[in-house]
Each structure stands twice: as structure tokens, then as C-alpha cells.
Ligand binder design. Sequence first.
Ligand SMILES: Nc1ncnc2c1ncn2[C@@H]1O[C@H](COP(=O)(O)OP(=O)(O)OP(=O)(O)O)[C@@H](O)[C@H]1O
Ligand SMILES: [Mg+2]
Length: 332
Amino acid sequence: MTPLPNIAGAASLLGDSVAIRALRAQIERVAPTPVSVLILGESGSGKELAARALHAASERRKGPFVAVACGAMPAELAESQWFGHERGSFTGATDRRRGYFETAHGGTLFLDEIGDMPPPTQVKLLRALESGVICRVGGSQFVPVDVRVIAATRHDVTQALRSGSLRDDLLYRLATFVMHVPALRHRDSDVVALAHAHVAALNARARTAKTLSAASVQRLSAHAWPGNVRELHHVIERAFILADDLLDVTPEAVPPYDPVVRGATLELPRVVTLASAQHHFITASLAHHGNDKPRTARSLGVSLKTLYNRLATSTEQTEQTEQTGQTRQPCR
Ligand SMILES: Nc1ncnc2c1ncn2[C@@H]1O[C@H](COP(=O)(O)OP(=O)(O)OP(=O)(O)O)[C@@H](O)[C@H]1O
Ligand SMILES: [Mg+2]
């Protein structure tokens, strides 16, 4: 089987939404500069793809792109993995080995999930980044390394700093330029375009001409995609395997997504009944005010009696619609 096509540069980030066009423009602008970039975004949203696009659009494109999963490394091996080792420097070091820094020389070092790196390794990494030289384990010489660093995390960095899992000095060194990869649910009609593009890529690989059914397109655009583009690709791939000609994305493949509370914000799925939206909104306000109903009523600008009435009716309506299965109506 031939691999899926590999488009280089910012163009590899498909989509025509305002958010993704802005991201492509940022990539093109920052790529020619030498600055470190920190990429933030939810899991599966395309952080690594954005990092690869940045590398491909930079003058380092002919150099290596070395991606390192920062959390997936045993602490005792970390130093040798990052900086390499000399022959005989420890039991089992039968040869001299280059570490990630030397391997990425002349190219880009992508630090994936920076918040998962053990703090002692963060100190060593920062020292190497600031000095531009490394010393192999068991070595006595400093080796100059020329790398551009791109880091990524799906975690809330403020929270990571507060908990101590991420050092502030390393973060400031890495975050000269911060990019946000938008969640798929914030990219307008990109969902459908990405779905068609993935079907086309799978068709090209399998030499088929399968298409998405109209009902599938409807379901795909109604879903909120908590797993972002990766989830979309998996859903399409499953439907592709099962389809003869027409891909059928079943309702079970894209189950309803619960509302999410992020700080002071409540996010609701883009298709939801008014009763359910009201119910979730009142419940989230109550939780925010520690279940204090008079305070909640005041903050919502209604009387306590109205709050009780709304609570009773919204719970009743939500239960009814759930029983009749009419919980999700397209809003567009
Ligand atoms: N805009 C896009 N256009 C085309 N494919 C995309 C886009 N965004 C993401 N993808 C694809 O979605 C998948 C997930 O992307 P990627 O691995 O870059 O996400 P991530 O943010 O690094 O995820 P994680 O946080 O889990 O590491 C990949 O197959 C990638 O090619
Ligand atoms: Mg990733």
C-alpha cells in the first residue's frame, strides 16, 4: 500500500476557517526567524503537524526534524538520550552515540509534551539551549549544536507552572512565540472539508472511489470532536473499511459530547436543544456558586422562584427529550 500523501509547509494544515488561516499565516511569518516557538492546543488538534509545517517552511527544511516525546523517557537514560554518550561511559555503552541535540544539528528539535519532562532534565535542557553547546555523557569536550526548538503541550501552562511540573525559566526560553492550534469544534466547516480530504487520501491509497453519505456529513458536522482531527481521521477510517461505496458514519461512531466547563466558560455542543442548553447553563451556574440558589438567582438576574421553576422545567424537558430521543437538532 502506498503511504498517504505528505504535503510540506503550512499548506499541510488543511482547512479554510478563519482560525486555521490565521495559524497558517503565523507559521509562514515566524518560520524564517530563528525564534523558539511554543505550540499549544488540545490533543489531536495538529500541534505536531504545525511544528513540521514550521520546519518545512523554514530555512532549515533540508536539515533534520527530530521529534522527542519528552515524557516517554526513563529519567536515568535521559541525559544520554538528549546529549549522547562516549564509548565506555557506562555499562552497556559499547559505542559512541549521538543524542537528540546532535542528531537535530542544522535542523529542528521538536519537544513534544514539554510538561511531562522530569524537572532535573528541564534544568539540563535549559543549560544546553542557553549555551548552544552540549557535553556527551562521559565526554570531556563541549560540542556546539545549532538547533531551532519548537515545543508543544496540550496542558494548561499556567497550571503546569503553578504545580511545578514545568519550570518557569525553561518556559520563558521556549515561549518566545506562542501559537495556538484551534480545537476542531472552533473551525467552522473545516470538519466536512477535512473529512472529504481524508476520504480522498484513503481512496488514493486503496485505489477506490468511496464517498461520504449525506447523513454522515450531517453527523460529522454536528459532533463536537473532543479528540479533534485525530478522532475525525479514526472515525473516517473505520467507516471507510466497512463501506463498499458509500461511507456510513453511524450515530454510535460520534456519540453526544457533554458540555465542558473551562475556567469561567461553559462550552456546549453546537447542536443541542434549548431545554438542554438551559439545563446545563443553570447547573453550571449553580456549581459555580457552590449550590447557593439565592446567589445563583441573583447572578442570573432572575427571582429565586423563577430559578426553581426553570430548574424544574428544564430537568423535566431534558428527561423527556432524552426519552423520545430528540435531544439533538441541527441549529444551522
Ligand atoms: N489541519 C489539518 N489538516 C490535515 N490533517 C490534520 C490537521 N490537523 C491535524 N491533522 C492530522 O491529525 C492527526 C493528529 O495531529 P497531530 O499528531 O499533529 O496532533 P497533536 O496536537 O500533536 O496531538 P497530541 O496532543 O495527541 O500529541 C495527524 O494525523 C495529523 O496529520
Ligand atoms: Mg503530538
